[in-house]
Design a protein around this ligand. Sequence first.
Ligand SMILES: [Zn+2]
Length: 345
Amino acid sequence: MQLPREVIVGTDILGRIGETCRRLGFHEKALVVTGPNAYNIAGKRVIDLLAAEGIPSDHMIVHQSTMEYVKSAEERIAEGKPCLVLGVGGGKDIDIAKLSSANMKIPFISIPTTASHDGISSPYASIKGLDKPYSEKGQAPIAILADAKLIAESPHRLLASGCGDIIAKYTAVRDWRLAHKIKNEYYGDYAADLALMSAKLVMKNAQAIRNKSQEGIRTVIEALISCGVAMSIAGSTRPCSGAEHLFSHALDAVAPKSALHGEQCGVGTIMCAYLHGTDWKLVRSVLQKIGAPTTSRELGLDASDIVKALTLAHKIRPDRYTILGETGLTGEAAEKLARATGVID
Ligand SMILES: [Zn+2]
């Protein structure tokens, strides 16, 4: 089980990066992986803070979460021989830092400036250009510094997407239980309950999240971190990724321009909750309250993309048994489901 050793959540806590590195025993050179925006928001400051602590650093700017950027980060690690990688920014920056550092066998620290998905804390990275459409195992961050102020100032759409990714655990855990009953798959109560509790806390605090109150932001950050820990405990993405995630991965494949991961997972959760016979209206109303999309139109996608993704979702990862079963949904059933839940009209 790989778990973070230090998790610092609070307002204006970026200043603690230098002492955190030192306390964890990192005094030598570091590599900061950040995005063009994130560099201005936090990356530059992290570099300066490290320098003030006597820790030299290199940095690289990434634009996409592709294998090309992972490879070039690995080259930078091989050349510069840093003892540590810091991922500063959104999900893609952190995913590149995570996978490249894991492949090069050095630790990494996660410094999220947005809360758009659970990759900020999990050992898994979502990278385009792999031979599979779902997450790749990287490593858990050795430390997480999540500045609630930076996350509150990021676009609301990103925060709402993070909530969609958390609410997805509502059906992911039900899929896991189903796989346990039908396929005798290993099921861990602790990991499952931790993931489900994160979903429930976000659902309960929907209004506070919408208002971007301190309490609301903190709930989202802690829920994302707890989801990452649930995956570390389970040793797989199982507690956090069920049919709603397969649907989102299928959408990435069929739609010419997909929406954000968490936005798609949220819409998937509405439909999967319907299939599970649980309270799908509650899922929908919570997403609406938070300001996350609940329809194909709000996702910016065609109804036909939704239906097609629903029929293909079970093929994305055949080893992962879900409510979609082994043969998946027929086109008619998919259309009925999407209409019944108001996702398409
Ligand atoms: Zn996810």
